[in-house]
Write a protein that binds this ligand. Structure first.
Ligand code: NCD
Ligand code: ZN
Ligand code: ZN
Length: 428
């Protein structure tokens, strides 16, 4: 029957907005224009709201298999849909790790059976993410591996990383790196800065991340490989990536909402909802990340949605696992705290979750155009609501943003022409 979205506001590409009707037939955008005729379609009035390409998050942890008490592919993708995301890429630090074709097939089967949105599964760079032995990139690629990463840990051996990049180049795959030099973690649970000092905690220095990025961009240059840096958190990392791009190295990078919005001085006390890896850095780092995103040194936004159970997060700052959730709050948080305050334009925010990740990874999504896959998100920019973890559909409640009042909530999420999330009317 098709769906006709009436009267939504669409971004023009240069931060302008125009009112457009969008007609969806089967899985595709069939038409766009002013006042499209109704021909027996299901009509949804979205006037007053923003319509964007379906949001894309290339860094999420869905925890299945092995961590189902924290999240599953089903619950994590429902959370994605509620957050306006139509495509997510799932990290491989599960138990077991998708480090062979059979395990990746299992993941793909689960996705087919239970996912609400499109899931692109990562495969690991090394067997069990142990850093000792490369996986079979070709076999994994042939079984649908989206890209290769050992996210959760850094690849410690430079030679292992060089071999991985050479193999990735041969398989036309991207190496996606969690950059952390183990000898520089210093048993830290937070950034080595003012907060660590005040509370007598061991700190993780900024160079722990930046030295491995510096190593990797040189390896990527030598291997002529496509290389992507996860969750950039420090100003030194930004400098290294900027220099690498200037040298023509094929590097892209992502930044999370929490690293753009918070620094270590915002941590109110020993609250493990502020514990994540990489940690919240200094305010100078935070402002360098915003600048780097605006200038294109950092290419796109990703949540690093990392659900953990309450029991685990209750273990205290030093013992609790690293990670916070992000799918259901990313857009409203960034809209309210960066766009409404004039730090980012609305176009810069939307591009960071649509066109830019799609371009970086050559994905055929992220644009609203006739003939494109009908992945769309409708966002209410006016209604204001407080973040309440009790309302999350994610199993994870571990967020430092509880109680923050936001505008910019997704109200309708459509994946390949099917409605996957619809907010119940606020007036109902
Ligand atoms: N970001 C985190 O703090 N934690 C992630 C791992 C990771 O992204 O490195 C997790 O899997 O919990
Ligand atoms: Zn990581
Ligand atoms: Zn991660």
């Amino acid at each position: 029957m098709g769906i006709l979205l009436k009267g939504g506001k669409v971004l023009t590409g240069t931060n302008g907005l125009k009112v457009q009707d969008i007609l969806i037939e089967d899985t595709k955008i069939a038409d766009m224009g002013e006042s499209l005729p109704e021909k027996g379609h299901k009509v949804i009035d979205v006037s007053g709201n923003l319509v964007t390409p379906g949001l894309i998050d290339l860094h999420v942890h869905l925890r299945e298999p092995g961590g189902e008490h924290k999240e599953t592919i089903e619950t994590g993708t429902k959370a994605a849909a509620r957050g306006g995301f139509t495509t997510v890429a799932a990290m491989p630090n599960t138990k077991p790790v998708p480090d062979n074709a059979a395990q990746l097939q299992w993941v793909n089967e689960k996705i087919k059976e239970t996912a609400s949105v499109r899931v692109l599964p990562y495969a690991s760079i090394t067997t069990r993410q142990a850093g000792k032995e490369l996986t079979d990139f070709e076999a994994l690629k042939n079984n649908g591996a989206f890209a290769f990463t050992d996210d959760g840990v850094g690849v410690q051996s430079a030679d292992m990383m060089l071999q991985a990049m050479r193999l990735a180049k041969q398989s036309d795959a991207v190496i996606v790196a969690h950059c952390e030099e183990n000898t520089l973690i210093h048993k830290g649970s937070v950034h080595k800065g003012n907060f660590a000092e005040k509370h007598g905690l061991n700190g993780i220095p900024s160079i722990c991340e930046a030295v491995q990025i510096a190593r990797d961009v040189l390896l990527a240059e030598a291997a002529e490989a496509r290389y992507h840096v996860c969750h950039v958190s420090t100003k030194e990392s930004v400098r290294v990536i900027k220099d690498a791009k200037a040298a023509g190295i094929k590097v892209t990078a992502e930044v999370t909402p929490h690293h753009l919005l918070l620094c270590d001085e915002d941590i109110p006390g020993l609250d493990t909802n502020y514990k994540m890896n990489p940690p919240l850095r200094g305010n100078e780092d935070r402002t360098a990340l915003i600048e780097a995103y605006k200038s294109g040194v950092i290419d796109f936004l990703a949540t690093d949605h990392a659900p953990h159970s309450k029991d685990e997060k209750d273990l205290g700052m030093e013992l609790a696992p690293f990670g916070i959730i992000g799918l259901e709050t990313a857009f409203p948080l960034l809209y309210t705290n960066l766009v409404q305050k004039g730090v980012l334009t609305l176009q810069e925010l939307v591009d960071g979750f649509t066109r830019k990740p799609a371009d970086s990874f050559d994905l055929p999504y992220g644009a609203l155009e006739i003939g494109a896959e009908a992945d769309l998100t409708v966002i209410d920019l006016n209604h204001e609501e407080k973040i309440d973890p009790e309302n999350f559909v994610s199993k994870g409640k571990n967020t430092p943003f509880a109680g923050w009042s936001c505008k910019g909530w997704p109200v309708l999420t459509i994946v390949e022409g099917s409605i996957k999330y619809e907010k119940e009317s606020v007036n109902a």
